[in-house]
Design a protein around this ligand. Sequence first.
Ligand code: PFF
Length: 437
Amino acid sequence: MSEEPRASFGGKLSVILVAAGSAIGLGALWRFPYIAGKHGGAAFLLVFLLSVLVVGIPAMLAEFAVGRRTNKNAVGAFRSLSKRWSWLGYSGVLGALLISGYYYLIAGWSLEYFVNSLTGGMFSSDIPFKEQFDSFQGSWRPMIYGVVFILMTHFIVARGVEKGIEKAAKIMMPALFVILIVMAVRVAFMPGAAEGYKFFFSCDFAEAFKVDTIMMAIGQAFFSLSVGMGCMVTYASYFKKNNNLVSTSLNVSLLTLAVSVLAGLVIFPAVFSVPGLEPSEGPSLVFITLPEIFKGMPLPSLWSAIFFMLVILASLTSTISFHEVLTAYAAEEFKISRKSGALATTVISIALSAVTFFGLFGIDFFDLFDNVTANMLMPLGAMFTCIFVMWFMKKGFMREEITNYGQSNNRVVGVLLFMLRFITPILIFYIFIKNFL
Ligand code: PFF
């Protein structure tokens, strides 16, 4: 039986948009503002920025190299380079499974808010938004919307790499930027905006040096860049051989940073404009703060619908990416069709979301899955990937990949290789152990 030729993404821009689509999602729009709100605003931003540069970008490059060299799913990729390291691929698949257990549910929250904005239900009652949020959480609707989100993801992934994933990213990513910039400008005219900017930009260095802050920032860098769980390995397996990995990783990281900062520029001025709201509100921050702001604006339903549409689009390009990790793994490793692989992934994702939603043994699966992925699996996955490509692959493997076999050699390459070999893995290890103790 002759195998179908493997799919690949189109040109340079497509590759950046698809990878940035994976990276930019709830991480930048929802997780970043609430964690920054809890860890000192500017202090967190600073450490996050450094984490992206020192650990995020090198680790992303390592994953790109593994994926593009092998053109295989996460497990197949590591296995074909070294049988003894295939566990690293499985750890990625496990990470994608755990993320599937809670990410869709949160993405579903924005579906509810989008629908409620459109129907006007959100702004027509006098019930405070915090209560609205709590009563939503107490109902079945989060589960229903979670399943709807899984199905939306399913249909895009099942359509395939070029027609589904690439096309979706090309439409959704530019729309996201436009909406976010419009929102940031609008919020600047709110009464308490200046306080918000102060919180977000004046740094308390004592907070920045806390191990806890550094650990959270590194976790956020991995989560936000989709690094450390096979996602960038899988996507890079669809890259063309002439794609410049260094410039792709830089562009993706810059775009992710830009969206995180923009999200902060929308949320924090907004928080300080409404009495009684705190930046340290936690996971519900975006869902309680922003409706308050919209309420004070002309056409609240419209603004709110636009914003939550943005969150939906961004989340969708991310859910597609970890669905793809599992779909590609299932299809290639078990030699089934792509459609069946996607279906199996979808069924498992629904089951895991149900476990998280209905709970088992009184465990908070939201917290558990989020913590295990962002603060354990992803940092360790990234650290071992760096160690693998620099110390256990044949000499020159990384240099060949990131210079496209010598075509784009420059000074940055030397710096990146040095970071990959020493700085990145040692730093992750150090912070990990320190936090553990
Ligand atoms: N980077 C995505 C976000 O910030 O929302 C989440 C994510 C997607 C993490 C894909 C990991 C992954 F493999």
